[in-house]
Design a protein around this ligand. Structure first.
Ligand SMILES: Cc1cc2nc3c(=O)[nH]c(=O)nc-3n(C[C@H](O)[C@H](O)[C@H](O)COP(=O)(O)OP(=O)(O)OC[C@H]3O[C@@H](n4cnc5c(N)ncnc54)[C@H](O)[C@@H]3O)c2cc1C
Length: 285
């Protein structure tokens, strides 16, 4: 196995393009190294992206935010400007693993590992996040919801690497939130999760994005749930419709951690709770 640590994204994409065998990007390694240790994969080439300056910074301004693909969960959680603008995105990423895992793990690694239960993904999709992708020949920007195509599968080509995640401009009266349900309080993965982002106008919800995790092969954007709360102040009738739309959108697995009925019910409950938090953060009353 060959190990390379390029210093530009273009060089990383070039290495992926040239490799004839199995090549993998290494960010924090908290998924990749586990899969290697368990003999699930045997890479011929590992491309470590932690030495690429363009992937190491967080830029947050009134115009939006750019988070480098090698930025760790711990770095994200220490960025006051980002927490103010996108508390839901930061709290979702900070739920990944333990302090040790936070020191290494990245949002982009969480996305590209393509687990249906990945914590940062519903929050990123709710935020309207985009992935900046660099290939050996071209660069493209894609909505985060278009990256994961199924468990363990992404739409990235062999020579493509995600350089950063961008988050849009934040109107003043806006808020997001992410909640997950796990049987244990720590070190467990979501049985159900919900990410919600709202903006308000004169105290009423003007735009909303509602996303569920761990209830289908990929995170699910639920426009019907957003429609249920747009134009409202989150009254009981709106919350009931939100919960119904979320439960309807579920297509979960049935396993020892949660039955289909349980996950379907909890999706609605979590979405209601997350919506209330997002609404309050946006200044709603
Ligand atoms: C003890 C433990 C607890 C965990 N708890 C949680 C949890 O609570 N919630 C949760 O969601 N996950 C959890 N995880 C899984 C893991 O920590 C996360 O998915 C993490 O965000 C992965 O990030 P990473 O940077 O370590 O990715 P890596 O392991 O480096 O990479 C993961 C995958 O993404 C690819 N990749 C990485 N970066 C890029 C890029 N820039 N472009 C293209 N492909 C890329 C890699 O090739 C690999 O296939 C846990 C893992 C452990 C070991």
């Amino acid at each position: 196995m060959r190990y390379e640590a390029p210093t530009t994204t273009k060089a990383a994409a070039g290495l992926l393009a040239e490799e004839k065998g199995d090549a993998y990007i290494l960010a924090g390694g908290t998924d990749l190294l586990v899969r290697m240790k368990m003999d699930m994969i045997e890479p011929d080439l590992i491309v470590d992206i932690k030495h690429i300056p363009a992937m190491q910074s967080i830029k947050a301004s009134a115009a939006g935010a750019t988070i480098g693909a090698a930025v760790s969960g711990a770095q994200l959680g220490a960025h006051k400007g980002l927490i103010k603008m996108w508390p839901g995105v930061v709290e979702a990423t900070n739920l990944i693993g333990s302090d040790q895992v936070q020191g290494r793990c990245t949002m982009v690694g969480n996305l590209c590992n393509a687990s249906p239960a990945a914590d940062s993904v519903p929050a990123m999709i709710a935020a309207g996040a985009k992935a900046v992708i660099v290939g050996s020949k071209k660069r493209r920007t894609v909505a985060v919801e278009k990256i994961v195509t199924g468990p363990g599968q992404t739409s990235l080509a062999k020579d493509e690497v995600i350089e950063s995640i961008t988050l849009p401009k934040r109107p003043t009266k806006s808020g997001d939130a992410y909640l997950r349900f796990t049987p244990r309080t720590e070190m467990d993965i979501a049985v159900v999760s919900a990410g919600i982002n709202v903006t308000l106008e004169r105290g009423v919800i003007k735009t909303a994005r509602v996303v569920l995790g761990a209830v289908a092969p990929t995170a699910v954007l639920v426009p019907k749930a957003a429609k249920a709360i747009i134009g409202t102040k989150l009254d009981d009738a709106a919350l009931e419709k939100l919960a119904e739309a979320c439960s309807e959108a579920c297509n979960p697995i049935d396993d020892k951690r949660g039955t289909i009925e349980y996950r379907t019910k909890v999706a609605g409950v979590l979405a209601v709770r997350a919506a209330k938090i997002a609404f309050k953060r946006a200044g709603g009353a």
